[in-house]
Write a protein that binds this ligand. Structure first.
Ligand code: 13P
Length: 302
């Protein structure tokens, strides 16, 4: 084991800390984490762990989600500046405006959003459970925010009226349909997978649409040997680790999230040494946002 990994593990034990990492984190960070997962898995672990400290290797909204669900714990985000441009688009004011326009429709808010925005919403969702969350609601009309591509993906699979927001993940939204077409043409024997944050013209071309953990589960169970994968490249670490005999092809597209790549194992070690930067959420906002997250976590899983 590398020196830094054993130093992190020793200090994590002393601090009673759990190190969580998102599937898009750099390989070196995924290697030192206790749990690697998608947004839903990270939220579930943050809510259920009995550790005193959570080190969230991901972006700001993920650390806020952990702080909302586990207020008695210390939540550390090793690089405080790791943000999410999609989350920044959903301001509480814009959510209130949308609600005023469609007062009969509950706000289903993607977890890629700030705590203040979550506090204005009725229920959260992730890419792993968005359709189940929408179907669980009694209302026939919903507001889906802030990702228009995820929104369109859901709208096409429900008979409810969906009011969409105009935000997007710049990484997934920039994947060109032509680049995917080329990859599929060059690898006709590959099974194709894409994240629902991709544009509709990309999603239309692939065989399966999954969250990051959904992709990992699918590939592990599949008897296919080759996959065209359309999501951020960090997922390759877990794909290769679990399926060394399988081949993964990405379309010609940057598919790299700068914010997700900020954190290093050295940052994780420093965060555990200094117990900073701590992410907190003002109590009134936290309590309201907690309601939306807990309603999501209460929706039965498959
Ligand atoms: P997942 O929930 O599928 O891991 O996606 C998170 C994300 O931020 C995608 O850009």
């Amino acid at each position: 084991m590398s020196d830094i990994k054993s130093a992190i593990q020793r200090l994590a034990r002393e601090r009673d800390a759990l190190v969580l990492a998102h599937n898009y984190q750099p390989d070196a960070v995924q290697e030192i984490a206790d749990v690697v997962g998608d947004s839903l898995a990270l939220a579930v672990h943050a809510a259920s762990t009995d550790k005193k400290v959570i080190v969230l290797c991901g972006v700001y909204f993920m650390a806020e989600t952990a702080a909302i669900l586990s207020p008695q714990k210390t939540v550390l985000l090793p690089r405080r500046e790791a943000g999410c441009p999609l989350a920044d688009t959903a301001t509480p004011e814009r959510i209130r405006e949308m609600r005023a326009r469609y007062p009969q429709a509950p706000v289903v808010l993607y977890v890629n959003s700030s705590a203040a925005a979550k506090a204005e919403s009725d229920i959260c969702c992730t890419s792993a459970n968005a359709l189940r969350v929408v179907q669980s609601l009694p209302e026939q009309e919903v507001i889906l925010a802030p990702d228009r591509n995820l929104g369109a993906y859901i709208a096409a699979r429900t008979d409810k009226t969906c009011h969409l927001w105009d935000g997007c993940c710049p990484i997934h939204d920039s994947v060109a349909a032509e680049a995917v077409r080329k990859a599929l043409e060059q690898h006709p024997d590959a099974v194709s997978l894409a994240h629902p944050e991709c544009r509709t013209d990309v999603l239309r071309q692939v065989q399966h649409i999954f969250s990051t953990s959904g992709m990992l589960d699918f590939v592990a169970k599949s008897s296919a040997r080759k996959f065209v994968v359309v999501t951020e490249r960090g997922i390759l670490c877990q794909l290769r680790r679990a399926n060394p005999e399988k081949e993964f092809i990405f379309p010609e597209s940057p598919l790299l999230c700068r914010n997700m790549k900020l954190t290093s194992p050295e940052d994780v070690l420093r965060a555990l040494e200094t117990m900073e930067p701590v992410v907190t959420v003002p109590e009134k906002v936290r309590r309201q946002a907690q309601g939306a997250l807990e309603r999501m976590l209460a929706v039965p899983r498959d």
